[in-house]
Design a protein around this ligand. Structure first.
Ligand SMILES: Cc1cc2nc3c(=O)[nH]c(=O)nc-3n(C[C@H](O)[C@H](O)[C@H](O)COP(=O)(O)OP(=O)(O)OC[C@H]3O[C@@H](n4cnc5c(N)ncnc54)[C@H](O)[C@@H]3O)c2cc1C
Length: 427
């Protein structure tokens, strides 16, 4: 991999997501050699992926080059590679571009979509975990409307304009809200020769409320907002299958839809070598102690979504969200330096900063520790927080300008089929 050997201990980080980047920044200008490996050469701001899928933002405004994050740090190396295996015995990672020995290893590989073993749904539905997947979804949505214009078969036309979102968590809710706004504000102008009132947006939720990780008040308000926007919410319904045409459920309900978005779960993106039952716990996550150490190792750590750190408040592990990932990455940066100097490490304490979701224009729900609020103010808070955590001044400016433009013009100009998508072809 062409990484020189130095007298500094080598820290290898797998993954340049929220956790990996937070950790790398902490190790900047310290007496360690840091090698960050990621299969993408950019960091993705996943909370705004749904805006790429729905033409509100261009993909480059929510991506940031990892090399640019590291460019002013001495002793830092980035390699664009997929880590295939971790050889824990020999303290080595094996990648598609070669092997690399480590003194300290941090697995920050995030999470993957969880289909709970249903391969039919995996093959036929759309996921929204990466920028290429969001671009696929954007293309499919737009292509479906183009096709709907051409068919005289009413059943087919309705299926092309039906959108089923499986999962009523923040991703499902935000996507549904954005699609409903497109239906209301953009489709009638773009497709005057199509009865776009027939377009249907459904959320299917297995539990008895949407946004189940948030307060009852937030769930109820989000449901009210979505219903006002014309989104159909089906609660206590579990999706059983999707053959590419029809969604079947555990009830009599079926949905004919060409677009099904699977937002019903994620699981830890584990890597061979650390994926044995001994290491893995609920949600396919690597169990770690309060110092982020993997069971049985002093020098192998996991942080972010892939790590399951159980605490008194979170007995099933910290939530798979950006804040735990950032905080764990930062704390591990400090702890690694302590460990190298043979000083005691500090146990991790999660500072819960709350949760939020937006449903659309002027509509959001925010649960902070002390305050819970919904509506216009919540929407401003949601926007501010997302702008604040985006990496890069340019990205912040571009997103801000886009949002102002979209707000004033009731528009989403990135509704472009740049890279046509054929269903059943997975990139
Ligand atoms: C659509 C969506 C919306 C979300 N909305 C919110 C939200 O509103 N608020 C919130 O707090 N959280 C949200 N999340 C969750 C949040 O994005 C994650 O919790 C967070 O990204 C976890 O950070 P991480 O560093 O653990 O992993 P990630 O940010 O996923 O980064 C993992 C990195 O590892 C790399 N990688 C993985 N495997 C390998 C390998 N084998 N070799 C090399 N590289 C590898 C990946 O390319 C990636 O860059 C959302 C997630 C999604 C998908």
């Amino acid at each position: 991999m062409n990484i020189p050997k130095t007298s500094f201990p080598r820290v290898v980080i797998i993954g340049g997501g929220f956790a990996g980047v937070a950790l790398a920044k902490k190790l900047a200008k310290q007496e360690v050699q840091v090698v960050l490996i990621d299969k993408h050469n950019y960091h993705t701001f996943q909370p705004l992926l749904y805006q790429v899928s729905t033409g509100g933002l261009e993909p480059d405004s929510i991506a940031y080059p990892i090399r640019k994050v590291l460019q002013n740090f001495p002793n830092f190396y980035f390699r664009l590679a997929n880590v295939d295996e971790i050889d824990v015995e020999n303290e080595r990672v094996k990648t598609n571009i070669g092997d690399l020995d480590f003194d300290y290893l941090v697995v920050a590989s995030g999470s993957a979509t969880n289909y709970f073993g249903n391969t039919e749904i995996e093959k036929n539905s759309m996921a929204m975990k990466t920028i290429p997947q969001s671009l696929n979804l954007r293309s499919l949505i737009l292509e479906n409307f183009e096709d709907a214009l051409l068919t005289s078969d009413l059943h087919e036309r309705n299926a092309l304009m039906n959108f089923v979102i499986v999962g009523g968590g923040p991703t499902g809710v935000e996507l549904a809200g954005a699609l409903a706004e497109i239906k209301k504000g953009i489709l009638p102008k773009d497709y005057p020769d199509l009865d776009t009132r027939m377009a249907q947006i459904h959320i299917i939720q297995s539990g008895d409320r949407i946004l189940k990780g948030m307060s009852d008040k937030a769930s109820q308000k989000a449901e009210d907002f979505l219903e006002k926007l014309g989104v159909n919410i089906w609660k206590n319904v579990r999706v059983k299958g999707y053959d590419g045409k029809t969604v079947t459920t555990n009830t009599d309900l079926t949905f004919n839809a060409e677009t099904v978005v699977w937002a019903a779960g994620v699981k830890g993106e584990t890597i061979k070598g650390l994926d044995a039952e001994d290491f893995i716990t609920r949600g396919n996550r690597i169990e770690v102690n309060q110092f982020s150490q993997v069971k049985g190792f002093n020098n192998i750590f996991a942080v972010g979504d892939v790590a399951c750190m159980k605490t008194e408040d979170f007995p099933n592990g910290l939530p798979m969200m950006a804040q735990p990932a950032i905080q764990q990455g930062e704390q591990l940066g400090d702890n690694l330096l302590e460990l190298i100097e043979e000083k005691p490490m500090k146990p991790f304490e999660y500072k819960d900063k709350g949760a939020m979701a937006t449903i659309g224009r002027n509509k959001a729900v925010v649960d902070l520790k002390r305050f819970k609020f919904q509506g216009v103010f919540a929407w401003y808070v949601w926007m501010f927080v997302h702008l604040f955590f985006l990496i890069g001044f340019r990205n912040r400016m571009v997103v801000f300008v886009n949002w102002v433009y979209n707000y004033i013009r009731f528009d989403r100009e990135a509704r472009l089929i740049i890279r046509p998508f054929k269903k059943n072809f997975k990139s």
